[in-house]
Design a protein around this ligand. Structure first.
Ligand code: ADP
Length: 311
């Protein structure tokens, strides 16, 4: 089974308006409310691929109950720790071709709740073949919390796919306990290394991936949006290119890439097929309006069109 970890989920609300009027009332009947957070996108895409998945993390209050009911409706297995404070809302107002967002910082997690989650995580390690950890940490948890999870998973022989950024990522990378796979996009890689890269000089990205910071990580996939990806597997580099598609909403494509990778691992695919699969799922997500959703027919079609070359 694949277990997806979402420590700071949210209800993603979008309001579409013809025009955003300031300092007065705006009315709309175009509203969507979905169970959000990067790890939940991963869980949904694995479920769409008909993989065996369980979603875990922390949920609180009536917003938490909404997310649970959405997972039930989608028939996705879940086992979250209940926390006292309310799970956050993330609001996007779509107006005049713009996207204005209001993001709540979310709940503050207590030490007791942290300990409860750590216990649950250890229990789930007995059931998990692969763990995905995605997104930011809620307030109250220490910056090295993901490092603790990676360490526990490693001690259990369970592979961790880690998709986070900033201090939480730095803490993991500077520790002894490396994840099995990371998937920074170009901007995240640039922020991590405090360097800029250009798509005309992809060899510089390859060079950066041999820096000591990444030593011991089996797979690094630097995703490049519509330009595909550069991947490093052990000592081997791959350039992955993808065909142009008609994109409807690329939000969550990175999460779909993680989902495709995890699914491909459970199917024991070879490195070429793993890369094809995770690009195909990223693309298939970009082809949908709904974030964190893929159509199997699109995944199969794109899988056959992704090109993977050693570089
Ligand atoms: P993130 O969402 O983490 O920023 P990317 O934008 O790099 O990640 O997207 C991950 C993958 O999803 C890409 O490597 C690619 O396979 C697919 N993808 C993303 N955007 C597009 C796009 N505009 N057209 C086609 N595929 C895309």
């Amino acid at each position: 089974m694949i277990v997806t970890v979402t420590m700071n989920p949210s209800i993603d609300i979008s309001y579409s308006l013809d025009r955003l009027n300031i300092n007065t009332v705006n009315r709309t009947n175009q509203v969507t409310k979905t169970a959000g957070g990067k790890g939940l996108n991963v869980a949904r895409v694995i479920h769409d691929l008909q993989g065996d998945v369980l979603a875990t993390g922390m949920l609180g209050g009536i917003h938490g109950a909404f997310i649970t009911s959405e997972l039930e409706k989608a028939e996705i297995k879940h086992d979250f720790v209940t926390i006292k404070e309310e799970t956050r809302n993330s609001i996007a107002v779509l107006h005049e071709g713009n996207q204005t967002e209001i993001l709540e910082s979310g709940p503050i997690v207590s030490e007791d709740e942290q300990a409860k989650f750590s216990d649950k995580f250890r229990e789930l390690l007995d059931l998990a073949e692969i763990i995905t950890i995605s997104g930011s940490l809620p307030k109250g948890l220490p910056h090295d919390f993901y490092q603790q999870l990676v360490q526990a998973a490693q001690a259990h022989g369970v592979k961790v796919l880690l998709d986070t950024s900033g201090v939480s990522l730095e803490k993991v990378l500077s520790s002894q306990n490396k994840p099995y796979m990371i998937k920074p996009n170009l901007e995240e890689l640039e922020n991590l290394l405090e360097k800029t890269f250009s798509l005309e000089h992809l060899e510089d990205i390859q060079l950066a991936l041999v820096e000591p910071l990444f030593k011991g990580i089996e797979w690094i996939i630097v995703s490049l949006g519509k330009e595909g990806a550069i991947a490093k597997h052990r000592d081997m580099f791959y350039r992955v290119t993808i065909p142009e598609i008609n994109v409807l909403n690329p939000v969550g494509s990175g999460d779909a890439t993680i989902a495709g990778f995890a699914y491909a691992m459970t199917k024991k695919l070879n490195p070429y097929e793993i890369l094809r699969m995770c690009m195909a799922t990223g693309m298939a997500n970009a082809r949908e309006r709904i974030t964190g959703h893929v159509d199997l027919a699109n995944v199969k079609n794109y899988f056959s069109k992704v090109e993977v070359k050693k570089s």
